[in-house]
Each structure stands twice: as structure tokens, then as C-alpha cells.
Ligand binder design. Structure first.
Ligand code: ZN
Length: 332
């Protein structure tokens, strides 16, 4: 999750030939792009943010115990406990284009967040908490905004984009939600999309409010680095896997943003957050077949999936269960 990892893992490609998903190990993680590579990460110093740490230390009188001992450590910071946690989508670039840069992908992502709450995979998040409660496992689609642009993003302009959308009133200013900037495949994030990560999440004080936000690019820009398969269960055509590929990274980032929103709650001794520990690890999968709910292109391609909810099949990485000793799981 830290920048040191970002460079260490940058060019690490592991081909698991026995696994169709072959886990492009291009890692998704730069959880705090504002840090520099010289920061001595990970350690508690880098996760101490003004005000929030002492407020949420487990020793707070009357605070509840936080369950630990499952391969991931608690560092005192808050989790997002909304029931639901609103997810705000910012579609950046050109989403009225071709391939996977379409209104169909926008609708699929919206539908995903309308049905993700309470699903088997999202319920794994309920094993994480802070001194005042646990994550609900419920999320909602809080709203959608569009920013039409042909400009690449930097870490700075990414933050400015989030800030501008909120300031304009297109989305509310909500410390308890997660903002996801989703870029069309013609857009680069110049700090390392496709070469060093597939997405990241972080936070910043914007307008006096602690705003949690994430970047996830359309992986059709770099299918070999960021897509598990080039034709997914919801692909509209052969080789147009961007929507499913992006949803896998989206599921990773939203899960981390809820369980480690300020980068000071849950991560292991290596600095890995829960989703990092199961990155591109899908577990048991099923194959799209005739008569199911995969698209015709997915059936033809024999696409794989491992989750079914909301009337769709999905291919989502497993998540780290903070119970029973800890493991990558598809459900509790
Ligand atoms: Zn991560």
C-alpha cells in the first residue's frame, strides 16, 4: 500500500500458468501517492494523521476491543461504519466512446454499487472495526458525476478533480463516503497507472473535510497488466473486458477505503492492506455457459466468474477475512 511497495512490485509479473487468471502481479497499490519514495514506510509514523489517531486509540475509555491476531494489524484509526457507506462515482475522460468507454460500462458500475451492499464478498468487510464499531458491509451508490476531459491526470490534478466536483455541488461533501475517479482508457494517470499500479486510494482534507478518494483507470488501456481476462462475464464483445476488469480493481479499492480510510487503521507488518493480501487472487471460479446470465461474448470466450449478485456474474478478487486466523475468502 505504500510507495516503497509501488516500486518494488512495479515490474513483478508472475504467471501462474495453472490458473486461467494468471494473476498479473502488477500491483494495484499506491495507497498514498502523496508520499515520496523516501518516506520510511511502512510504519506508524506515516500513518499518524493529526487528530484522528489519539481519538481512535483502542485505549480510549469506554472504547470497545478491536479483534486482532488474524494476519493483519490494527493501528488505531477509524473505519467507515456507515450503513450504508455511500460511494460517489466520478467518470473522467470520455465515457461516450467506443469499446468499454461507454454508457453501458457506466450503467454496469452504477448497478454494481446498487447491489454490492450485503453481498457475500462485501460482508467480509464486517470483520473489520475500530473502537466504536464494525464496518456494516453495506454500501450504496451515493451519486454520479461526469468530468469530460482529454487531459491525463496527475496525483495533484486527480485531487483537484475530486475537489472541483464537490465544490460545484455535483456531489455532496461527505467525510463518510468514498469518491472513485474512474478514467476512460484514453486517459493516463502519470504517477504510474498501468506500469506501477491499476488503482489506489488515499484521502485529503478538502474544504475542511477529510475526503476519501480513489483512482481506478479503465484497464483496457493495459489489459496484460490490470485485467484478469480480456473478455469478462459482462463483456459486450470479445476482447472488451474493461468493465469487468475495472470492477475487480474497484472492488479492491472500495474495500480498502472503507476498512482503512485514513491509511492508519488496518494493514499488516509489510504495509499491505486487506485487499492487497488477496490481490488478483480469485479463488474457485465458474465458467460462463449457455443458459446462464453471462453475455453472449462471455459464453463464447468461456469467461470465468466467482460471484453472482444483482442479476450479474462478477469476477472479483477475494478479500482478507479478519477472523478465524485470517485468509483470502469469497464470503464469510
Ligand atoms: Zn490495495
Amino acid at each position: 500500500m505504500k510507495n516503497s511497495l509501488r516500486y518494488t512490485l512495479a515490474l513483478l509479473f508472475v504467471l501462474l500458468s495453472a490458473n486461467f487468471l494468471m494473476a498479473q502481479a502488477l500491483k494495484q497499490h499506491v495507497d498514498n501517492p502523496g508520499q515520496t519514495a523516501m518516506d520510511p514506510v511502512p510504519d506508524d509514523v506515516n500513518h499518524t494523521h493529526t487528530g484522528s489517531r489519539t481519538q481512535f486509540l483502542p485505549a480510549v475509555p469506554g472504547g470497545r476491543a478491536v479483534v486482532t491476531g488474524n494476519g493483519i494489524n490494527y493501528h488505531g484509526g477509524p473505519v467507515l461504519k456507515g450503513n450504508p457507506v455511500p460511494i460517489y462515482l466520478i467518470f473522467y475522460g470520455n465515457w461516450a466512446g467506443t469499446g468499454s468507454n461507454t454508457a453501458a460500462t457506466v450503467s454496469l458500475v452504477q448497478h454494481f454499487f446498487s447491489t454490492l451492499g450485503g453481498s457475500a464478498i462485501e460482508n467480509v468487510a464486517t470483520t473489520y472495526g475500530d473502537t466504536t464499531g464494525n464496518v456494516s458491509g453495506n454500501v450504496s451508490l451515493g451519486g454520479t458525476a461526469f468530468v469530460s476531459s482529454s487531459k491525463n491526470l496527475t496525483d495533484r490534478s486527480l485531487q483537484t478533480t475530486v475537489s472541483n466536483v464537490i465544490t460545484s455541488g455535483a456531489l455532496p461533501r461527505d467525510a463518510n463516503g468514498v469518491y472513485m475517479v474512474l478514467t476512460s482508457s484514453n486517459i493516463n494517470e502519470t504517477s504510474g497507472f498501468c506500469t506501477q499500479y491499476c488503482g489506489f486510494h488515499t484521502h485529503a482534507t478538502l474544504g475542511g473535510v477529510d475526503i476519501k478518494y480513489a483512482f481506478v483507470g479503465n484497464p483496457d488501456r493495459c489489459p496484460s497488466g490490470c485485467e484478469a481476462q480480456t473478455t469478462g462475464p459482462n463483456s459486450p464483445a470479445t476482447g472488451v473486458g474493461g468493465a469487468d476488469g475495472m470492477l475487480n480493481v474497484i472492488s479492491h479499492e472500495q474495500f480498502e477505503a472503507i476498512t482503512d480510510p485514513d491509511l492508519n487503521a488496518w494493514f499488516d507488518a509489510s504495509g499491505q492492506e486487506d485487499s492487497d493480501k488477496c490481490n488478483f487472487n480469485f479463488g474457485a471460479v465458474s465458467t460462463c455457459v449457455t443458459g446462464g446470465i453471462c453475455t453472449p461474448a462471455a459464453i463464447t470466450a468461456g469467461s470465468k466468474f466467482n460471484q453472482t449478485f444483482g442479476g450479474n456474474n462478477w469476477t472479483l478478487q477475494q478479500q482478507w477475512e479478519n477472523a478465524n486466523g485470517g485468509a483470502c475468502v469469497q464470503h464469510l
